[in-house]
Design a protein around this ligand. Structure first.
Ligand code: HEM
Length: 302
C-alpha cells in the first residue's frame, strides 16, 4: 500500500511537467473510450484463470496518448496507451498498457526525477536539453524507453498499435506461478505513419480514423503472455527482457464501438486482477492504484 503523500508527489510531478487540466487525467489526458468483447482462446485452458474459462465477455477500453496534455498532437513521438477492463460474471480484470515494451522509471523516485528533469523552462519553450542529458547520464536504465519512443514512427491507428504491460505478473499454469509480461498484438501487425504522412497528417486524426475503421467491423488484438527467462528481472519495468521464447495466447480482444462520453470516467487500475493472476513486486506497479485513485478524485471535481 502506497501512502497518499506518495501519490501526491507522483501526481504533482505529472502536473509540474504537463500542467493541471480541469476534468482530465493527470496522465494519458487525451483519449477515447470504446467497448467490445473478449473471446477466450489459445492456451487459456492450460492456465488456471477461472474467469477466462468460458464464454466471450464484455470489454470496456480507452485508447490514449501518453502525458498529461489533453491537446497533444496525435503524431507526437510519445507512447500510446490502452486501458481495458475485461468483465467476467463475478470478476473483473483491468490492464493499462503502453506502446513501448519498457517503461521510463524503475522506482517512484526515478519517476519523479524523470518528470522534473523535463519540466518546461519558460524561456526555452520546452525542457532544458542539458538537464535532460544530465538526467540520462546518471539514469541509463531509462534510456531504452526513450530510445524506443524517439525512433518509432507514430501509429497510423489506435487499432494498429502493439500494447505492453511492461510490468511482470504471475499467471498460474498447471498449478505453478509463471512470470511473464502481457502484450496485445494487433491483427494487422503494427502499422505506422510514413515520414511523408507524419509531416502532412493533421494533429487530430486518431479519433476519426478509428470511427471509420470500425464501420468495417471490429478491430482485433491477440492477448499474449510472454514468459520470462530466468535471468529477466521481475521487478524492473525499464529492463528489456530476453524472454524464454514461449508466448501463451489467452484470447482475442475485439473492439466494436466508440463508447458514450460517460465511459470516460472509468479508471483502469492494473491491480484489479482475477484469480490466477498475481502482481510482481515491481514498486512502480504497486504504486499505480493509489495514484490513479487520486487522479480520479481530482478529475471528478466539478
Ligand atoms: C508510478 C508509475 C505511474 C504513475 C504515477 C502513473 C500515473 C498515472 C495516472 C495518474 C493516470 C491517470 C489515471 C486516471 O485518472 O484514471 C495514468 C493513466 C495511465 N497510465 Fe499510468 N502511471 C504510472 C505507470 C504506468 C505504467 C508503467 C504504464 C504502462 C506500462 C501506465 C499506463 C497508463 C495508461 C495506459 C493510462 C491511461 C488509462 C486510461 O485510459 O484511463 N502507467 N497513469
Amino acid at each position: 500500500m502506497v501512502s497518499t503523500g506518495t501519490s501526491e508527489r507522483l501526481i504533482g510531478a505529472l502536473n509540474g511537467t504537463f500542467g493541471t487540466h480541469k476534468g482530465c487525467r493527470a496522465s494519458h489526458a487525451k483519449g477515447l473510450s470504446v467497448s467490445g468483447t473478449f473471446v477466450p482462446g489459445g492456451d487459456v485452458d492450460r492456465m488456471d484463470i477461472p474467469m477466462l474459462h468460458g464464454d466471450p465477455m464484455p470489454v470496456s477500453a480507452r485508447f490514449s496518448i501518453g502525458g498529461g496534455n489533453p491537446g497533444v498532437s496525435d503524431k507526437s513521438r510519445s507512447v500510446r496507451g490502452m486501458g481495458l477492463t475485461i468483465g467476467g460474471k463475478d470478476e473483473n480484470w483491468s490492464l493499462a498498457l503502453i506502446s513501448a515494451p519498457v517503461f521510463f522509471a524503475s522506482s517512484l523516485e526515478q519517476f519523479v526525477a524523470f518528470l522534473e528533469a523535463r519540466r518546461p523552462v519558460p524561456e526555452l519553450g520546452g525542457p532544458d536539453p542539458e538537464r535532460v542529458a544530465a538526467f540520462n547520464a546518471v539514469n541509463p536504465n531509462t534510456v531504452p524507453h526513450q530510445a524506443y519512443v524517439k525512433e518509432t514512427s507514430p501509429t497510423r491507428s489506435y487499432g494498429t498499435e502493439v500494447y505492453h504491460s511492461c510490468h511482470a505478473f504471475f499467471a498460474t499454469i498447471a498449478g505453478a506461478a509463471r512470470a511473464g509480461r502481457f502484450r496485445l498484438e494487433p491483427a494487422t501487425g503494427r502499422l505506422s505513419l510514413s515520414a511523408d504522412e507524419e509531416a502532412s497528417f493533421p494533429d487530430q486524426f486518431l479519433g476519426d480514423e478509428l470511427a471509420n475503421r470500425l464501420t468495417d467491423g471490429p478491430v482485433g488484438w491477440t492477448l499474449m503472455l510472454d514468459l520470462a527467462h530466468s535471468d529477466d528481472p521481475l521487478d524492473d519495468p525499464t529492463a528489456p527482457w530476453q524472454g524464454n521464447g514461449e508466448s501463451l495466447t489467452l484470447g482475442t480482444i475485439l473492439i466494436s464501438r466508440i463508447a458514450d462520453l460517460a465511459e470516460e470516467r472509468r479508471v483502469y487500475d492494473p491491480l484489479v486482477l482475477p484469480n490466477g493472476i498475481a502482481p510482481s513486486a515491481d514498486p512502480v506497479l504497486l504504486a499505480r492504484s493509489e495514484a490513479y485513485s487520486l487522479s480520479y478524485e481530482r478529475r471528478s471535481i466539478a
